[in-house]
Design a protein around this ligand. Sequence first.
Ligand SMILES: [Zn+2]
Length: 206
Amino acid sequence: MSKPSVTRTAAARIPTRHGDFQLCYYTNTLDNKEHLAFYMGDLAQAEAALARVHSECFTGDVLGSLRCDCGEQLDRALALVAQEGLGVVVYLRQEGRGIGLEQKLRAYNLQDQGYDTVDANLMLGHGADERSYSLAACILEDLGVKSVRLMTNNPAKISALEAEGVKVTARVPLEIAVNAENQGYMLTKAKRMDHLLVKPYAATHQ
Ligand SMILES: [Zn+2]
């Protein structure tokens, strides 16, 4: 398979409560989705730029669902970028670890019956994680970013990005508070998906 490519077709200033960002809209040769980059500062030739590669989560990012930590991670990432005045959030349209919103809602129902997030995805005929990071690598390259400090708790994401040619110089943890709704999910991410999380374990011993 040939390497996918992206084209930045539009960009605009978006003022937020964290400050002014630039939102870039990308088309690509891999799928028909609207992948985005949201950045602050001069990224051209940037070394060790603060970066997050965030996969879309409508329920968490937009609705503020407490079932997962996505919305809070996104907000924290924007705050950290604003603090440094330089950095980027690549926003990939791969909802529900790549299975899409409809399937994710079905998986939530299975989770409410007692299955964890990994088993629920498997029961629906999906992989535990179907995300791809090749377009994120293309977008970072297009922005001129030379290397990143990646805001993530997920070592598999670092490996996947490195395999796509992204130079990751450090990991910046993005661990958010555990609540009654997300505790099981967070524990599964730590136990079964190797996420580097401390709080879910602590919460089970309270
Ligand atoms: Zn989420």
